[in-house]
Write a protein that binds this ligand. Structure first.
Ligand SMILES: Cc1cc2nc3c(=O)[nH]c(=O)nc-3n(C[C@H](O)[C@H](O)[C@H](O)COP(=O)(O)OP(=O)(O)OC[C@H]3O[C@@H](n4cnc5c(N)ncnc54)[C@H](O)[C@@H]3O)c2cc1C
Length: 435
């Protein structure tokens, strides 16, 4: 079954905790507005907020429900940076523009903090990045470069200090970002939806865009039962966009990634992971995890271009790495106890940077934030709001990346082979460290 069809039926831990309002009426009439936003993930919700704060009319049409895409099911890690590593951004656009882009990513990070500060969703500070092989030299070099060139300070930890916090021999040195934090992904989306409701911004759920076309006024899109006429149309579809997005769909690939949450593990977990930090290992194809609900572990990772949606197979897939790192947390059968498992789609462009900018006159893309969208989708949204309000042309920072072809039918095979190669490299470095 294609991932797009099944993800709605997966039960996420976030949904189980959430207090969702009843489903609003879908769009059933012809409405006019200045800006129509397609998609109610972080990009769409923040864009509507930014426009509304500038007193500009906007509405959202969402195919399913607010935050049911990646934004309400992600790992909950938020820190500065982009899906593409800083050194690759530097290679592409030079150090000066890379620094400006880093500052933008930091601005997005603060946009999340600001909304969470005003609501009920808690932020737990601290993200630890342990290495799975001896890596002191690179970590120190990176720490110094971040401080000197980007003005951003992180801490360095020796292996002993890491192993005091995390009871596993898999990890060596680490760097720790004390300012980054983790939080409840869905709560942020629902908080934003509440803010929009108070501002009087319509959010039509179960109202997927079927088709769009140009008109003398600007654009018109149709949903199952209604249509929207607007001057500005913005696509915030993440990895969930289909053929209705025409040429934008040919510029990104939907990539699936996975999360599991254990049942309460009690003292066993507290002894094993003695930190409230989120942990994201330093491998290029690594795992991340954090304690939620006092004594459950939320564990995420792996990416596939041909998505798995079956909960049991997701549990098996994720369980292998989990048990290798923390065998003491396995059950009597030697596997991971799992209460929730789910998958989600991320939109990735070939260059791994977001696709932010005009597709046509009054038609915008604000998408493809990859696996680093918690902070970058909000700032992407701000840039589009600034462009619509003729406040700035900061979106031009992304012109250097553009909307390259996603590789068509070959794209998924390329992604799979690159990712498996990265996994092999990670594995090899870890093995060499143990010799
Ligand atoms: C499992 C998982 C874990 C992740 N972990 C992290 C993390 O820890 N930290 C981090 O920074 N990033 C993480 N990410 C990435 C991050 O979640 C995304 O980059 C970000 O949420 C993208 O936001 P978005 O608004 O662009 O897309 P989405 O949140 O996917 O929203 C797109 C919306 O568009 C809607 N849509 C699609 N087509 C239509 C249509 N035709 N009409 C109307 N609506 C439509 C969809 O239903 C969806 O609601 C993770 C992603 C996943 C899947």
């Amino acid at each position: 079954m294609p991932a797009q069809l099944a993800f709605e039926t997966q039960s996420t831990w976030y949904e189980a905790q959430a207090n969702r309002p009843p489903i609003g009426e879908p769009l059933k009439e012809v409405v006019e507005t200045e800006t129509c936003i397609v998609g109610a993930g972080l990009a769409g919700l923040y864009l509507a907020k930014e426009l509304s704060e500038r007193n500009r009319p906007a509405l959202i049409v969402e195919a399913r429900r607010v935050g049911l895409g990646a934004s309400g099911r992600h790992g909950g890690f938020c820190g500065p940076g982009w899906a593409l590593e800083a050194e690759k951004i530097e290679k592409h656009v030079g150090l000066e523009q890379a620094k400006t882009l880093f500052d933008l990513s930091l601005e997005g990070f603060h946009m999340v903090q600001e909304v969470l500060d005003s609501g009920e969703a808690l932020m737990t500070p601290g993200i630890l990045h342990p290495s799975t092989y001896h890596n002191a030299e690179d970590l120190l070099k990176n720490r110094d470069k971040m401080a000197k060139e980007y003005g951003y300070e992180v801490d360095y930890l020796e292996t002993d200090a890491v192993r005091t916090m995390l009871d596993t021999s898999r990890y060596y040195q680490a760097y720790r970002d004390p300012k980054a934090f983790h939080f409840d992904a869905l709560k942020l989306c629902l908080t934003l939806a509440e803010v929009l409701q108070k501002m009087g911004v319509p959010v039509y759920e179960n109202s997927g865009m079927k088709e769009f076309h140009k008109t003398s006024m600007g654009w018109e899109l149709t949903t199952e039962q209604g249509s929207v006429r607007c001057k500005q149309l913005v696509f915030c579809c993440g990895g969930y966009g289909g053929r209705e997005f025409a040429k934008l769909r040919r510029a990104f690939l939907p990539i699936t990634t996975y999360v599991i949450v254990t049942p309460p593990l009690g003292e066993k977990l507290k002894k094993t992971i003695q930190t409230s930090d989120g942990v994201s290992d330093e491998r290029r194809a690594g795992n991340y995890y954090r304690i939620v609900d006092g004594d459950r572990l939320l564990w995420g990772g792996d990416i596939t271009a041909f998505g798995e949606v079956h909960p049991e197979r997701i549990s098996q897939k994720m369980g292998k790495d989990f048990v290798e790192v923390y065998p003491q947390l396995a059950n009597d059968l030697g596997s991971v106890p799992v209460e929730y498992s789910w998958s989600g789609l991320m939109g990735y462009a070939r260059h791994l940077m977001p696709e932010i900018g005009p597709l046509d006159q009054g038609l915008w893309a604000c998408t493809s934030f990859g696996g680093h969208g918690a902070n970058t989708a909000p700032i992407g949204a701000r840039l589009i709001a600034e462009a619509i309000c003729l406040e700035s042309e900061r979106w031009r920072l992304f012109e250097a990346f553009g909307f390259p072809w996603n590789g068509g039918p070959f794209g998924p095979y390329v992604v799979e082979s690159v990712y498996r190669k990265m996994q092999l490299g990670d594995h090899w470095r870890a093995i060499r460290s143990r010799w």
